[in-house]
Unconditional design. Structure first.
Length: 419
């Protein structure tokens, strides 16, 4: 009878967001999960979570048993969130302070075999060990299943101090992103004293856990505020990211550059994996034919430079989510990405209109990056092809195709090379 109850209430059997997140966090079959029930025979409860607002429409898993940690998981960094989201979290934070969440929402009980070691079976416990051993409480947002999304644990001490944020790479696409961010944050830790370079959260720990790649990142400063989406691009910061304190690099022709060689290699890999890859190979050839003799400065880029990945703390810019960061790209890629994503995400425009926004932004600010008209066109064309290859890498890693970007980007690049 007990086994039947456990099977019927275990959220890992669900196909929705709660099922996806609970499988990622509690993947070991020796760990028992029960919704609105106690631990099964032979198990002991080790953690309880409020499922908000319901099992059917879960949006949060909030730790129970430490009201200050629970409240902090809802109220920390609320200034970075939209007003409506902020208001909902404020109400829930108030409920958590008075211990009302357990009465108001379903409870998820996490239990393990008697005598088992929690740090061997539970990711949150293992992370606590990695961060020094003090008890930690974990909260997690729940969103619909998406092979491109990464469950993220917010880790707090008993008294509500943020201790870290753990990103979980669980499939090929997300493992690659978490691995890339780990490498980027390690490299950025060496970038100090560079004027205008944005502050960057430190990497606190990394784990290869049950086939998952986990990066634990330092919490943002408590007083960080989001950059308004209407802000103009911060050119000095973009240059600092690209150069990392080094003097401007001499411009080099596209032909023979490591950047072009990488595009060619990735396009060839795409061609061996998907029928669309042949068009990418042709696009690389067209890019070299059109821009091969154009010389540009190459450098680093953040890779996802958008207002919602930027904040301000005591007047200094802070940047996070470096999982698409890279080097040896034409100077101006972050400026192009900012324009493209504002058009697609904020204004809901199609890829073709977003590509026009890239051209417009490069024309407006490109001279401040030392880009003439020919160089600006190279940056735009190269960026759009780079973005399609990123889209393909994510699809190849199990994330599926982004319908907004594929095949539209290949169509756009092909037309631009023929213009």
């Amino acid at each position: 009878m007990t086994a039947e109850v456990v099977a019927s209430t275990d959220p890992r059997t669900r196909s929705d967001g709660l099922g996806w997140v609970s499988r990622a966090l509690f993947g070991d079959e020796r760990v028992a999960l029960t919704a609105d029930g106690g631990p099964p025979a032979g198990h002991r409860a080790v953690a309880r979570y409020a499922v908000v607002p319901s099992l059917a429409r879960a949006r949060f898993l909030l730790p129970l048993g430490a009201p200050r940690a629970t409240a902090a998981s809802l109220l920390a960094y609320n200034a970075l969130r939209p007003p409506r989201v902020r208001a909902v979290r404020a109400v829930l934070g108030g409920l958590s302070r008075v211990g009302a969440l357990r009465r108001a929402f379903p409870t998820l009980t996490v239990s393990m075999p008697a005598g088992g070691e929690a740090s061997e079976l539970l990711l949150a416990e293992r992370l606590a060990v990695a961060l020094g051993g003090a008890p930690l409480h974990a909260a997690c947002g729940v969103r619909p299943p998406d092979p491109n999304h990464k469950p993220t644990l917010q880790l707090f001490t008993v008294d509500g101090r943020p201790r870290g944020y753990a990103k979980i790479g669980w499939n090929g696409a997300t493992r690659a992103l978490v691995t890339a961010e780990i490498a980027a944050l390690r490299a950025l830790a060496e970038v100090t004293g560079v004027p205008d370079h944005p502050g960057t959260p430190r990497l606190l720990a990394q784990l290869d856990w049950a086939g998952q790649m986990v990066a634990v990142v330092e919490p943002l400063p408590s007083r960080v505020r989001g950059v308004p989406v209407t802000d103009r691009p911060r050119i000095a910061a973009l240059l600092a990211v690209a150069r990392r304190g080094a003097p401007p690099a001499p411009p080099r022709p596209l032909a023979g550059s490591p950047f072009l060689a990488r595009l060619a290699t990735e396009a060839a890999r795409a061609a061996s994996a998907t029928s669309s890859g042949a068009r990418a190979v042709a696009a690389v050839t067209g890019l070299e034919r059109r821009h091969g003799q154009t010389a540009v400065e190459f450098g680093h880029w953040h890779g996802d430079w958008v207002p919602w990945n930027l904040g301000l703390h005591d007047g200094r810019l802070v940047a996070w989510d470096w999982e698409h960061s890279g080097q040896e790209v034409p100077l101006g890629f972050d400026l192009a990405h900012d324009a493209f994503q504002r058009a697609v995400v904020l204004r809901g425009e199609p890829a073709g209109t977003a590509a026009e926004a890239v051209d417009a932004q490069l024309d407006r600010y490109g001279d401040r990056l030392g880009l003439g008209p020919t160089q600006r066109r190279l940056v735009a064309d190269g960026y759009l092809l780079e973005l399609w290859l990123r889209t393909w890498r994510l699809a190849e890693g199990g994330a599926g195709w982004n319908a907004t970007l594929h095949p539209a980007l290949l169509d756009i690049v092909t037309k631009r090379h023929m213009a």
